[in-house]
Design a protein around this ligand. Structure first.
Ligand code: SAM
Length: 280
């Protein structure tokens, strides 16, 4: 019987199935199985866990996830050319890998997995942020997933984990850190990928908190944060002016200064402001 260890090297898989990388699909493959195993391990203990993987490509990270003991991996791939290669991985681990030929942006993926669920992916850069925002804004909290372990361009990873006071701090940081612990767990040079992208990459690990760090209505908070950072050079009193006629008084009631700029406001401050605005 085939085993994961008995599968051919990824370069041979790519050659055998003609998987020349397509830029439009964000295809930068990881061919070093030691590296994909390390990424899989950075998601924590996978035993007894279902894993959602977006964009398995030739299956390097998929192999790592299975080797690390994931109960099941559901891998969503848009490129039909990758399916025969992934079928070989599935055959080596009977019953543990389900490959869905679909666009991850269109799919109701939760229907295919059983909690506990972890999401692990070397994401296509062109859809990575969109998927992250969707995972961070479910109907209710805690979400169906326990953690996200995701590859991003280094610059995007830095925006996710940024602290107040710098240029990287913005909507993504507030959205991610309001309800998750987020940290960069790996940094990768362009040469780690085939073909090499122009920029460095990083893996971010986010653990969902059982409840948000500070109380706030998610929709109101998102409106406040969007307004604040859409005009990040402006002071709060100007940037948020459209949110309430007496915005300056509400900013003060939230314990902030009307002359502050959004990038100086900690998550707790945005939540206080959202509560003031929701108070009607
Ligand atoms: N996981 C593989 C690896 O680490 O080598 C491939 C990573 S590559 C950066 C991104 C993968 O996502 C490609 O296989 C690409 O075909 C796939 N992809 C791109 N857009 C997608 C989408 N909307 N839904 C699902 N897969 C997508």
């Amino acid at each position: 019987m085939a085993t994961i260890d008995g599968l051919p090297p990824l370069r041979a898989v790519i050659a055998a199935h003609g998987l020349t990388a397509r830029k439009a699909l964000g295809q930068n493959f990881l061919l070093d199985l030691n590296l994909t195993a390390k990424i899989a391990r950075s998601a924590g203990d996978l035993r007894g866990t279902d894993v959602l993987e977006v964009g398995p490509g030739p299956g390097g990270l998929t192999r790592g996830l299975l080797a690390e003991g994931a109960r099941r991996v559901v891998a969503v791939e848009k490129d039909a050319r990758c399916l025969p290669a992934l079928a070989e991985v599935a055959a080596a681990c009977p019953g543990r890998l389900e490959v869905l030929h679909a666009d991850a942006l269109e799919l109701d993926w939760a229907a295919h997995l059983t909690p506990p669920i972890k999401v692990v992916a070397n994401l296509p850069y062109n859809v990575g942020t969109e998927l992250l925002v969707r995972w961070l804004t479910p109907q209710s909290w805690p979400p169906v997933w326990a953690s996200l372990t995701l590859m991003f361009q280094r610059e995007v990873a830095e925006r996710i984990v940024a602290a107040p006071g710098g240029k990287a701090y913005g909507r993504l940081a507030v959205l991610a850190q309001w309800r998750c612990d987020a940290r960069i767990v790996m940094s990768l040079p362009p040469e780690a990928f085939t073909p090499a992208p122009k920029v460095r990459s990083a893996v971010v690990h986010l653990d969902a908190l059982p409840q948000p760090r500070f109380e706030a209505d998610p929709k109101v908070l998102q409106r406040v944060v969007a307004a604040g950072f859409n005009q990040r050079r402006k002071m709060l009193r100007a940037a948020l002016k459209g949110l309430a006629p007496d915005i300056e008084a509400r900013i003060v009631a939230a314990g902030l200064k009307p002359t502050d700029r959004a990038e100086q406001v900690p998550i707790e401050g945005f939540c206080a402001l959202a509560r003031q605005i929701a108070a009607g």
